[in-house]
Design a protein around this ligand. Structure first.
Ligand code: HEM
Length: 193
């Protein structure tokens, strides 16, 4: 049965790595925890197609969801600044699957928010890099997946140094002490640039 995925409705997304796909894998850095098998291409499927059988050397699945830690003020600021996915100049992308530790998940929501924003400034720091970096967050934890989040970013090649700067800042904060598996996969749109 075809499902309608309206604006704001949870959108299933599958990331399948192997020999084919619209994205070429430029690099894969194992930052923490177990690796993923190497591959040369990545295929991204949204909607009903994302529920299909696993393909290639590995397939990671996630779903877009409602916000957990964002206040009205932050949401309004982000909406006024952020760019959407699929911009023609955004030839580069990053897929960064992340798992957080049992200690993180043992905390109630208010304590997690305090670490995430009041102490680590995740949203405030991230907003400095909009609209150059476009983003979409996929949740995987409740799907029984190996990672809790599949984070996806798109940007123009000349903005990659900015993206490195953003990552360095986020990874230096308290929130990242709770990251126990992280793989940084960099991509380029396959085909003529
Ligand atoms: C481009 C600038 C960025 C902005 C504006 C941004 C903003 C946000 C926001 C608003 C949320 C919370 C959504 C909610 O309320 O549930 C979030 C969650 C998250 N972001 Fe970012 N982010 C950015 C970059 C990054 C980067 C570079 C990473 C690293 C790989 C990252 C990893 C995550 C993760 C793992 C979560 C889920 C946190 C959790 O629920 O525990 N973000 N981000």
């Amino acid at each position: 049965m075809q499902t309608a995925y309206g604006a704001g409705a949870p959108l299933p997304v599958a990331f399948a790595a192997g020999d084919e796909g619209a994205w070429t894998i430029r690099s894969m850095e194992i930052r923490r925890g177990d690796p993923l098998a190497p591959a040369i291409r990545l295929d991204v499927t949204e909607g009903d197609g994302a529920r299909g059988a696993a393909r290639g050397s590995w397939t990671l699945r996630g779903v877009t969801s409602n916000m957990r830690y964002t206040t009205r003020g932050e949401a309004t600021s982000m909406t006024s600044k952020q760019a959407g996915l699929g911009r023609p100049q955004a030839h580069f992308a990053a897929l960064i699957p992340i798992r957080k530790s049992p200690a993180w998940w043992a905390m109630p929501q208010d304590e997690r928010r305090a670490i995430y924003e009041e102490r680590s400034r995740h949203t405030s720091i991230g907003m400095e890099y909009l609209p150059a970096i476009a983003r979409r967050l996929h949740h995987s934890r409740d799907l029984g997946e190996p990672f809790d989040f599949l984070t996806w970013f798109e940007y123009a090649p000349e903005d990659e140094p900015q993206f490195e700067h953003l990552l360095a800042r986020l990874r230096a904060r308290e929130e990242w002490e709770y990251v126990d598996r992280e793989i940084d996969i960099r991509l380029a749109r396959a085909g003529p640039i």
